[in-house]
Design a protein around this ligand. Structure first.
Ligand SMILES: NC(=O)c1ccc[n+]([C@@H]2O[C@H](COP(=O)([O-])OP(=O)(O)OC[C@H]3O[C@@H](n4cnc5c(N)ncnc54)[C@H](O)[C@@H]3O)[C@@H](O)[C@H]2O)c1
Ligand SMILES: O=C(O)CC[C@@H](O)C(=O)O
Length: 389
């Protein structure tokens, strides 16, 4: 039985993708084979030596010590795109909420409970409504920072709302570029995007290089009265810079899915409790994708959507499969193949791929892998782990 250690609330639909006859799922296991998590902040000291993989049912992996996992030969998976539509729809809400006095107007109407006369209510409503007036999105400039799975949907939505969309993504993949509508104007740098946009929405990962991407030095590039939307991660925006910009009316509104103590109690904030991916559809999709990727890896060694291992898949025809992770250094393949040759073992098929410091191999052999062969492979300097599948 494979043991899956689950953290956070994971969709039941997704969990049901684990074949029940071969998988046990629990929130405590002393020697789990894999972990399935959402936003749980995972520390290296919690990772048992038995752990073979970690799947994040979601996009961001900044809650997982990915570099540590790579050093220890553990692939980390995520589920790109599975919650992109859910985030896009919440960004739509934020665009509207930061444009019109909707939240305050609802509070105002809630406060009218003591009035029982319709005429009196009508007259008060008409008298006060000018306090909640706002502006329209149509015709405004919408700057989207990060044009991956979420940013591309958000940018497309902006176009459909009649906005003029400008985008900035210095790391844009060719595949992501193909997905973008050609009406999106590409900005050469962040200050240019900030200076042209009435609304700016951030859709990029939290990395050491993107921490405080919006900061005290570049916030001055914003247009006066611009709105900033952050549904990526709190740390991407320097909180004190945003507060200063709001105080000086440089920004008129800040909407974020990542509240912080300093942000509370202001009318120029729209704060939400990290609900970007909290829809039934996104939770199901993320969990289904994460579970399928784990099953493929645990049972067949195939890797899809890993953030630290190469993508690799070898069809299971016949023979006995061995999966080997090794350091990406010279002569490893030769040393491994020598182990098979020395024992007169026929290799039927094999795949080898590397990514940065890691190399990963699937080797199908004609005869069952003996414990002696597996130990010999483990004994090669540079081999990080060996599994017989
Ligand atoms: N609020 C939520 O609940 C929620 C849900 C899903 C994702 N997220 C966050 O959104 C982020 C993006 O998700 P995604 O699915 O679009 O990921 P993605 O990998 O598809 O896209 C991220 C894009 O950011 C770009 N990028 C990287 N560094 C950049 C930089 N310095 N400036 C501009 N662009 C840069 C990349 O090139 C990539 O195109 C996630 O990493 C996660 O932190 C939040
Ligand atoms: O799991 C969640 O609720 C949030 C997920 C989101 O932050 C992500 O990065 O995909």
């Amino acid at each position: 039985m494979f043991k899956i250690l689950k953290r956070n609330q994971i969709s039941a639909k997704g969990l049901s993708e684990f074949p029940s006859e071969r998988y046990e799922i629990a929130s405590e296991f002393s020697s789990p084979d894999a972990m399935l998590i959402r936003s749980y902040q995972l520390m290296p000291e919690e990772i048992a030596p038995s752990l073979k993989a970690i799947a994040r049912a979601g996009a961001g992996v900044n809650n997982i010590p990915v570099a540590w996992c790579t050093e220890h030969g553990i692939p980390v998976f995520n589920t790109p795109g599975a919650n992109a539509n859910a985030v896009k729809e919440l960004v739509l809400a934020a665009l509207v909420l930061t444009s019109r006095g909707i939240l305050k107007s609802i509070e105002f109407v809630k406060g009218l409970q003591a009035i029982s006369d319709q005429k009196e209510m009508n007259s008060l409503v008409e008298k006060e409504k000018s306090r909640f007036a706002g502006q329209e999105l149509q015709g405004k400039v919408f700057g989207v920072v990060g044009l991956g799975k979420i940013g591309s949907l958000v940018a497309d939505m902006g176009l459909k709302l009649g906005m003029q969309v400008v985008g900035y993504d210095p790391e844009l993949s060719v595949e992501a570029a193909w997905r973008l509508p050609n009406q999106i104007q590409r900005m050469e740098n962040l200050p240019t995007l900030l200076s042209r946009s009435d609304y700016v929405s951030l859709h990029l990962p939290m990395l050491e290089t993107t921490r405080h991407l919006i900061n005290i030095s570049n916030i001055r590039f914003f247009k006066n009265g611009a709105r900033l939307l952050n549904f990526s991660r709190g740390e991407i925006v320097e909180t004190s810079a945003v507060i200063a910009a709001l105080n000086e009316a440089k920004l008129s509104q800040y909407a974020t899915d990542f509240p912080a103590p300093d942000l509370l109690g202001r009318d120029d904030m729209v704060l939400m409790p990290h609900i970007g991916a909290s829809t039934t559809e996104a939770e199901d999709l993320c969990a289904i994708m994460a579970v399928k990727q784990l099953v493929e890896f645990l049972e067949h060694g195939n890797i899809c959507n890993s953030v630290n291992f190469p993508t690799l898949s070898l069809e299971r025809n016949h023979g006995y499969r061995i999966a080997v992770t090794n350091k990406n250094i010279p002569k490893m393949l030769g040393k491994m193949l020598a182990m098979f040759a020395d024992r007169n073992i026929n290799v039927i098929e094999m795949l080898n791929k590397s990514r940065d410091d890691i190399a990963y191999n699937l080797i199908d052999i004609e005869t069952p892998a003996t414990p002696e062969l597996l130990d010999a492979l483990r004994g090669i300097e540079g081999v990080m782990n060996v599994r017989s599948l």
